[in-house]
Design a protein around this ligand. Structure first.
Ligand code: RIB
Length: 314
């Protein structure tokens, strides 16, 4: 039976501009434009489905053409959207994404209807959440909704993965509902109330999250790989070296794949390797949805490149 994953998260239409370089302050430059589906929650739900998971989305979109774009995507990708609310109160979320030829990006998001997703929506999806193997959530929806979804899942014995992106602080009370937290370095510092430029060892910061009540921490560090910390040990893991065209969505691929792997019963070390392979494949193509890999691609990649994976001490 397929691993069942519920994503409580966001959808954004992604307006991507690819240009030779990023504009400077006050400057206008030319670039190639495309519009496609995005939003961290939806990307993760699609990644789950492409890896063979039973994928369910809980979210909120506006009654507009980008909302229709979301529904069409989920229908096409086999993501269940029975618990996505269509609202007249706000527009569907939109992200403007600038990418340069080195593969460096900048993103501005107007969350729109994503910010209407409430505890009530989570309560309506309670039975679905309690029947899942893993609950995955992100911070492109209100923090209290994301935390509440973890509370509902955790109290019902469902594993929770909390991807704290984009960076926002959460109340101290919330950490105990999180089995696995997946911040990047900036998000990790924000969660601990530190400025982004604070110099500190990632391993030490991850330990502080464990002390606050999080079960396990997987820090993603882009091309530098990442760091795993649980109550007993910590270690650095590498990134697979690939040709980066567009890094957008790599974190979503990582989180979706991590959820599938853990729901299927892989241990955390195997799951992180599987997730890193999905993330690496995603950066090799422009935009997100065209780039999120299918199960066979990840398995082939791991057959060919898996031996490069050597975790370090920490
Ligand atoms: O993580 C990538 C996503 O972040 C993009 O799809 C964009 O919508 C932003 O939400």
């Amino acid at each position: 039976m397929a691993a069942k994953i519920v994503v409580v998260g966001s959808f954004n239409a992604g307006l991507t501009f690819k240009s030779r370089r990023l504009p400077a302050e006050g400057e206008s430059i030319l670039g190639d434009y495309s519009v496609s589906e995005g939003g961290k929650g939806s990307n993760q739900a699609v990644q789950v489905a492409r890896l063979g998971g039973e994928s369910h989305m809980v979210g909120c979109v506006g009654r507009d053409s980008y909302g229709e774009m979301a529904i069409n995507l989920w229908r096409r990708e086999g993501v269940d959207y029975s618990y996505v609310r269509i609202s007249d109160e706000d527009h569907t979320g939109v992200a403007v994404i600038l990418v340069d030829e080195r593969g460096v990006n900048m993103i501005v998001i107007d969350p729109g209807a994503n910010y209407l997703l409430s505890k009530r929506d989570v309560d309506e999806a309670r039975d679905l959440i309690l029947s899942a193997d893993v609950l995955l959530t992100v911070l492109e929806i209100p923090v209290e909704t994301a935390v509440y979804s973890c509370k509902v899942a955790k109290e019902g014995g469902v594993m929770t993965i909390f991807n704290p992106a984009p960076a926002q602080p959460i109340l101290p009370d919330a950490f105990k509902y999180i089995d696995i937290m997946t911040p990047n370095e900036t998000e990790l510092k924000t969660l601990l109330g530190l400025p982004p430029d604070k110099l500190a060892k990632v391993g030490d910061l991850a330990s502080k999250l464990i002390q606050k009540g999080v079960g396990k921490v997987v820090v993603t560090l882009g091309e530098k790989g990442g760091y795993v910390r649980d109550g007993r040990r910590g270690y650095a893991f590498p990134a697979f070296k690939v040709n980066t065209i567009d890094p957008t969505g790599a974190g979503d691929a990582f989180n979706g794949a991590l959820a599938v792997a853990l729901a299927e019963g892989m241990n955390l070390d195997e799951a992180v390797k599987f997730a890193a392979a999905a993330g690496a494949l995603t950066v090799t193509k422009l935009e997100v949805i065209p780039a999120l890999p299918y199960r066979k691609e990840v398995e082939r990649f791991l057959e060919e490149r898996g031996r490069e994976w050597k975790v370090g001490g920490g």
